[in-house]
Design a protein. Structure first.
Lengths: 145, 65
């Protein structure tokens, strides 16, 4: 799915549009935030930052599509669709997923030791969400195969 | 699983890059296949066999553990 999106121009046009909306929303949201609400101000800033990043990625990829030769694009497509590369990517994702659960578990302990009860609960919640996603994804994928 | 890919490729005087281009895979995949580090999917095995006009068994040697 990700491999297909990576070579699709419309995906990057969509990314630029989402980026523009995110920046606009961030800027407008900023106007209505009371001066002492720093957390909301930071959220608006984050939205603008994410929007700018989306626009940058979209524009760079579109320029690359325009400037790269068809041979180079074809070679890039082969690299993306290469079955060994896909297997490597999947194995890497699995390691990252397992590592993220471990990191969340360690973080939960750290937050508890520091007496940050709410962040600790959020982190434990994240572990449960990851486990639930695992079982749902497993069920859906096993139905497809 | 062992294979005769390198031997067949050398016999036909094709380099890894050319074979990779024909099979639409990366050169590293060809290299890994030849070294026995990677076993191809059934689709790629068919593609390779079809490219060399051979059967899969003539190229890939299945060893029971």
């Amino acid at each position: 799915m990700l491999c297909k999106s990576y070579q699709n121009k419309n995906f990057y046009i969509g990314l630029i549009i989402i980026g523009l909306l995110s920046i606009t929303f961030g800027a407008v949201f900023q106007q209505y935030i009371p001066e002492n609400a720093h957390n909301l101000s930071m959220t608006a800033g984050m939205l603008s930052g994410i929007g700018a990043a989306f626009i940058a990625v979209g524009v760079i990829r579109l320029i690359k599509f325009k400037r790269s030769s068809p041979e180079k694009l074809k070679a890039e497509e082969i690299e993306l669709k290469d079955e060994r590369n896909i297997q490597i990517l999947r194995a890497t994702y699995s390691v990252v997923a397992a590592a993220s659960i471990l990191i969340f578990a360690i973080l939960a302990f750290v937050f508890l030791v520091l007496d940050y009860i709410v962040p600790a609960w959020i982190t434990i919640g994240c572990i449960y969400v990851e486990v639930i996603i695992f079982f749902i994804a497993y069920k859906i994928i096993s139905l497809k195969m | 699983m062992q294979n005769r890919l390198e031997e067949i490729r050398n016999k036909l005087e094709i380099n890894q890059e050319e074979l990779a281009k024909e099979l639409e895979v990366s050169r590293q995949t060809i290299s890994s296949l030849e070294n026995g580090r990677y076993n191809p999917s059934i689709l790629l095995a068919f593609k390779i066999a079809r490219y060399f006009k051979m059967s899969i068994e003539q190229i890939f040697i299945y060893e029971e553990e």
